[in-house]
Write a protein that binds this ligand. Sequence first.
Ligand code: TXA
Ligand code: MG
Length: 374
Amino acid sequence: MTKWWDVRNEPVDASHPSIIEAAKLLQSGDTVAFPTETVYGLGGDARNDTAVARIFAAKGRPQDNPLIVHIGDQRQLDQLVVACDEVSTRLMDVFWPGPLTIILPVQPYAISPLATAGLPTVAIRMPDHPIALALLQAAQCPVVAPSANLSGRPSPTCAEHVLNDLQGKIGGIVDGGPAKVGIESTVVEVVERVVHILRPGAVTAEQIEAALRVTTTDLNYNVSVRELAENGLEVEGLRIYRKQIDQTDFVPKSPGMKYTHYAPSGTMTIVRSDSPDRAADWIREQLRLAEERGERTGVLTFNEHETWYEADHVLPCGSINDVTSIAQRLYDTLRQFDDAEVTCIFTDCWLSGGLGGAVMNRLQKAAGYRIAHV
Ligand code: TXA
Ligand code: MG
């Protein structure tokens, strides 16, 4: 049985009875899902092999994809990492608590080797959410927490998403209402004072550069190209986005980069064009063909374009002018396509820069990098 604590409308701290109960479950080696500002996480005691193994098993997560350790107090770092360079320390000072995960050299034997997938480094973050912080304080241990979804599905942005994926497979769920950010934390690793962005998120390259006066690099671009090539995305009738980069020896910096993520079960195609009208015409034609093939069709679009399309499910994911709300609603919208068993999805959404870039990173992964230029 999976326990359920509803603390949505209550002030919560480490002495709240539900938090104490949830913390006890964590201390006993069980798993508890809880809200963070980004998405819901599936927590377990980072030091406990059994707890960590339970997380991998519940999610069906590949063993070589390491987990993020969540801390509620910066002093916990001393026991977790061997050293912390100056730039990483400044990142913590500026962005913690918040949606930024930092990769650091792990202190041997500090946490279960299952959690780091045997890597010499560990990913650490301090979430900016009162319930997460209360639970971390009450549990009094470092807590590993991947997103609380079945591996490959969109991350959960509310407690019901967690229940749909993991009911009966985990110890409990703390319901704290919908997540504020909606996409996962930015993951960075500092190498020789350069901040490498392994996964874009709500803390943007622009913010990091402005706050620290350092250089950032985005490693995701290269990964996209590699994934494209590996998946051989030659889709008939579509011209696929492809740039020439020699990727033969590419080893992903972050193991999570190489897995398909966030994907609805239907086939999704992102449609790009200089002309929104041309994109819409092309999508309408593809929808007609898909319907002829007997597919159940869907369109993911901006609120402003909702009336442009006729499909089994036209789902608006927010205003073109409000990227914050698009990030918040993206995963819920992708899940709605699954609930409706949509098999063929088109989207005319394209955003760039800052949080928009992070949203497009998730959308491109959801589409398996299937991008049609029309
Ligand atoms: O916002 C978030 O980060 C959420 C909430 C729950 O905190 N957590 C989350 O965890 O997204 P997860 O497990 O779904 O993603 C962790 C990412 C993966 O891409 C993984 O490969 C990467 O972090 N990662 C973990 N440890 C790493 C390491 N030592 N080196 C490089 N990448 C690492
Ligand atoms: Mg995840």
